[in-house]
Design a protein around this ligand. Structure first.
Ligand code: TGC
Ligand code: FAD
Length: 394
């Protein structure tokens, strides 16, 4: 029998993934893992139950370089490889999807929007402070009546002398009540979607915390109300134009989710396997029963598939040949597979499995959101279907 102490290493590296990573990538991954093991995993169940995001960890997360890891150092980034970024997300989500979400929104959505579509002045004004966690950002695309189909958004930015006035409602916005700035997407006078950097202390801006979630309880999710909020001209994301701009940001964050979900699956598999080795029923460990072995091998198989797909996606990214349908396929499949693995882990822990004293049910509830946000399973199916068959079936 593999001893419980070695079990995690045995499972994590079952298909020899470590040999495919550079020493820098392993170093980055292990640093985030040590942090999550020491500062997050022991408390995650309680934070989740209480609906608390541990904001005191933000400076330490910044120190680890998780905000803007792939951005150039001149903007406070770490200039890391896409695979190193993915591994960071994996380790954060091993702790909790809400922790990874915080970093995804800060880096992949808010910082990336400013980096990609902002002016040089906007980059230098915001990105270094966002990398250090001094400024928190959120990303407002979804509305109460426009989720999967963001082109139907109603939020408008009307031209006025010196800038625009933004009016509308954004719903389900991660970090909304923590953020100092919101990247808000709205239609201009010509009906073109553009991005606006909106300080959250602007007159007419209100963030309302959504407290009824039974998923992602460690993450802060909000509704943003913008009532005629004045946004000066120099806060418009200069090169943003059309739906492709916010969707370009989503590609970055979806890439992070494709990796993050591997971490949630690994945590569930590790927990279930070690539980099965020590839980006695009918005079022997449940790991010694054929049915439990089949279940754990199925979980391992799904997790290995997730790892390999994330790694190949990272290689495509690194070589410049990643296209957004590749990201959709991986986000779709890995989020769904992680959800299945988490449910199976919950079953193996049985009665104990329904308690947040153990991670599987927390991951399972979180992964319902992960399967939905950044494009639902169905939307990613249709994105890939269109790419495969050349027919738009939305
Ligand atoms: P469509 O005609 O397909 O596209 C419009 C333009 O955008 C381009 N494009 C993309 N570019 C980059 N990355 C992508 N993923 C892109 N997808 C499309 C496309 O080439 C086109 O460019 P151009 O130059 O031809 O104009 O637009 P559509 O209206 O048919 O809709 C497409 C659809 C359904 C795929 C899209 O609207 C979609 O992805 N819907 C899902 C919405 C979504 O994912 N929302 C996420 C909100 S943010 C969030 O959930 C954060 S959670 C964060 C966390 O906590 O981790
Ligand atoms: P709908 O669009 O109403 O979809 C309802 C159902 O219909 C889904 O099952 C969908 O797959 C299906 N459907 C829709 N169209 C089709 C079709 N053509 N064919 C087949 N099926 C279809 N958004 C942000 O902008 N920023 C954030 O930070 C953010 N964070 C989030 C955090 C959490 C905790 C959650 C839950 C959501 C967050 N979202 C955020 C919003 C998220 O991206 C949306 O919930 C998601 O895109 C789906 O939109 P919807 O909920 O309006 O579902």
């Amino acid at each position: 029998m593999v001893q419980t102490d070695n079990l995690s290493a045995h499972i994590d590296n079952y298909f020899g993934i470590d040999a495919q990573l550079s020493s820098d990538e392993i170093q980055v991954r292990d640093a985030v893992r040590r942090f999550v093991d020491a500062k997050v995993r022991p408390y995650a169940g309680q934070w989740w139950q209480d609906g608390i995001f541990p904001t005191e960890l933000v400076p330490q997360l910044a120190e680890l370089g998780v905000f803007g890891p792939t951005l150039p150092e001149q903007y406070g980034g770490s200039g890391l490889s896409p695979i190193a970024y993915g591994l960071m997300m994996q380790e954060l989500e091993r702790g909790d999807s809400g922790l990874r979400s915080f970093a995804s929104v800060q880096s992949g959505l808010a910082m990336y929007a400013i980096y990609k579509y902002g002016s040089e002045d906007q980059r230098t004004a915001y990105l270094p402070k966002m990398a250090s966690g001094e400024i928190i950002g959120c990303f407002g695309l979804t509305e109460p009546d426009a989720g999967s189909d963001p082109a139907s958004m109603r939020t408008v930015a009307k031209s006025v002398p010196g800038g625009v006035r933004v009016t509308g409602v954004k719903r389900w916005i991660t970090n909304g009540n923590l953020a100092q700035i919101a990247v808000v997407w709205a239609k201009d006078d010509q009906g073109v979607i553009r991005g606006y950097i909106v300080p959250t202390n602007s007159e007419g801006f209100i963030a309302r915390h959504i407290s009824t979630k039974a998923s992602m309880r460690m993450s802060v999710t909000s509704e943003l109300y913008l009532d005629n909020v004045f946004v000066p001209e120099d806060h418009v994301l200069v090169s943003s134009r059309g739906l492709g701009s916010p969707l370009g940001c989503l590609t970055q964050a979806r890439y992070g989710i494709a990796w993050g979900t591997v971490g949630a699956a690994l945590d569930c598999l590790n927990e279930a396997a070690s539980y099965a080795q020590t839980r006695i029923a009918f005079g022997k460990p449940i790991a010694a029963t054929q049915l439990m072995q089949e279940r754990l091998v199925d979980m391992l198989s799904m997790t290995v598939n997730m790892q390999l797909k994330a790694l190949q996606l990272g290689r495509l990214y690194q070589s410049g040949s990643m296209r957004y349908p590749h990201v959709s396929l991986t986000k779709r499949d890995n989020a769904r597979a992680a959800l299945v693995v988490a449910r199976m882990a919950r079953e193996i822990l049985a009665g104990n499995g329904i308690s947040v004293d153990y991670p599987p049910i927390r991951h399972m509830a979180n992964l319902e959101t992960v399967d939905t946000y950044e494009g639902t399973y169905e939307i990613h199916t249709l994105i890939v279907g269109r790419d495969l068959l050349g027919e738009n079936a939305f």
